[in-house]
Design a protein around this ligand. Structure first.
Ligand SMILES: Cc1cc2nc3c(=O)[nH]c(=O)nc-3n(C[C@H](O)[C@H](O)[C@H](O)COP(=O)(O)OP(=O)(O)OC[C@H]3O[C@@H](n4cnc5c(N)ncnc54)[C@H](O)[C@@H]3O)c2cc1C
Length: 361
């Protein structure tokens, strides 16, 4: 049986009574609408708030601060999204890595060259605010009611640019090619940030939204004594199949029906040892691309456009790893563990910054 699943908002009088009569477990109360800004304090802030990073976390922190009238300053080590797109294209074509502006770094953050999936599996009223802001910035309205909304890399680029313009219109400022390379501390309190190994920016309020790829920044923070601890994550490979094969497996006789988009799948195996293997970030009608956080290392990722109309489906096939796999108790042991595997992938691929590839018959 094939279902279409949507989220629909309806306003009812006597909703409790009506819901009881419906006796349908699939009909639930949505969290109340309307975003509530946090309560502001009474003291003058110590300088202008600074947000480091313009990934989803940094952009939204910047947007909310701007909407609250704080005129934030956003710092981003990479370039604006248009320049970044050219740099990333050159990386895919010639394997030339720019370590400051890449698939991971630059306006829009790590997910800019991705599938742009917006599923969170959480029920938080702030999710509605995120979707509304994305629509306001040019994302299709459909993301507010689709069961598994996605934006696609083509639309996402326009959306992040428009969010930046809104922040600027509200008095905020965004500086690209600006890397935070040090902290200025006095009596264990933050007094400012060192930028590009030189300029010092004075501020007491910083949001670090640096994502999971800025290894040099993690090291800098660790050297400054910022507390951090290793956490579990997952590693694996990307698997790729013809999209038609997945459509036939999932939709059976309905495969190819114009009302059905490209099919998705999800699989998991929970081993009695407590370790799980599972598919993640399945990317219908997309492509597998190479990415790298630093020279001599390579990883792969799935990317698609809004239409998801490419020939192949791909998905990550992952296994969970834990701090006791990393071989040391150092706070950054997990990063070293990642690096070891990324170097192996680089060597396996002939020491080229291309996706290493192995075909199974
Ligand atoms: C290739 C890829 C595809 C993905 N696809 C999806 C998807 O489809 N859906 C989904 O929900 N999630 C996806 N994810 C995960 C998602 O991208 C991340 O969860 C998300 O980007 C995290 O957001 P963030 O703002 O915390 O960090 P990031 O997006 O990593 O942004 C951090 C930003 O900080 C900047 N920065 C770092 N250090 C400094 C510094 N010292 N100074 C100044 N700037 C700095 C970086 O340049 C970067 O732009 C994907 C991730 C990757 C890598």
């Amino acid at each position: 049986m094939i279902y279409f699943v949507y989220t629909v908002d309806v306003e009812l009088q006597n909703e409790q009574r009506i819901l009881k009569r419906l006796k349908d477990g699939d009909v639930k109360f949505a969290p109340p609408r309307g975003y509530e800004y946090v309560k502001t304090g009474t003291e003058e802030p110590e300088g202008r708030p600074v947000v480091v990073g313009t990934g989803p976390a940094g952009l939204f922190a910047g947007l909310i601060l701007a909407q609250m009238g704080y005129k934030p300053l956003l710092l981003e080590r990479g370039a604006d999204v248009d320049t970044r797109t050219k740099i990333v294209r050159a990386f895919w074509e010639n394997g030339r890595l720019n370590e400051e502006c890449s698939v991971q770094f630059g306006e829009g953050g790590a997910g800019t060259f991705s599938d742009g999936k917006l599923t969170t599996l959480i029920k938080d009223k702030r999710c509605a605010k995120v979707l509304e802001e994305l629509v306001r910035a040019g994302a299709p309205e459909k993301i507010t009611y689709s069961h598994k909304p996605h934006v696609g890399t083509d639309i996402l680029k326009r959306v992040v640019k428009n969010i930046r313009k809104r922040i600027e219109k509200l008095g905020g400022e965004v500086r690209f090619n600006t890397k935070v390379t040090g902290l200025v501390l006095a009596n264990d309190r933050l007094k400012g940030l060192r930028i590009n190994e030189g300029e010092v920016l004075h501020t007491g309020i910083v949001v670090l939204a640096i994502g999971h790829s800025a290894r040099d920044t993690f090291t800098m923070l660790n050297d400054h004594g910022v507390h951090m601890s290793p956490k579990p994550f997952s590693i694996g490979v990307r698997i790729e199949h013809p999209q038609q094969l997945i459509d036939r497996a999932q939709y059976k006789k309905f495969a190819g029906h114009p009302k059905l988009g490209p099919a998705e799948y999800k699989m998991a195996y929970h081993s009695p040892t407590g370790r799980s293997a599972y598919t993640f970030c399945m990317c219908p009608g997309g492509t597998v691309v190479a990415a790298a956080s630093e020279a001599g290392c390579v990883v792969t990722n799935g990317m698609s456009e809004y239409a998801r109309d490419k020939e192949n489906a791909n998905s990550a096939l992952l296994v969970g790893v834990r701090p006791d796999d990393y071989g040391s108790n150092h706070p950054l042991a997990g990063v070293e563990f990642q690096r070891r595997w990324e170097r192996k992938a680089f060597e396996l691929g002939g020491e080229k910054l291309r996706r290493p590839c192995s075909a199974c018959g």
